[in-house]
Design a protein around this ligand. Sequence first.
Ligand code: ZN
Length: 125
Amino acid sequence: MTVAYSCGHTEERKVYRTRQAGFLKSCLEERVCKACFRTLEEHDTFTSSRAIGLPMLSGTDKAVRWAYALRYKWIMGFIGLNPTLRGEAVDACGRRRSASWWIDHRYHLDDEMGSNVLETAAIPF
Ligand SMILES: [Zn+2]
């Protein structure tokens, strides 16, 4: 059935014809479509990254978008656990400006960045 999202886009969605189908359709129609949701999410990551003082990243559009998400997720997790090291974490992240670095190190950001932050903070580890 065709779902008309609140953003104005429509999508063909496979919804099984059950008694809940109408309810499901109306729930979906209160939301924005998948593409708009991604854009909103990215926009949020960009503006939030800027707000906490993280610099722009360099690379292809696709790499930059991915790296922004990786970096933001990592720093928010880190700050959540170590709120007193927020400034050091932002500084350490600021020294990695290449999107490909974040993508290449995505599976061990805690090791890579964690020790960088501690170095910045001059805490022995
Ligand atoms: Zn949309």
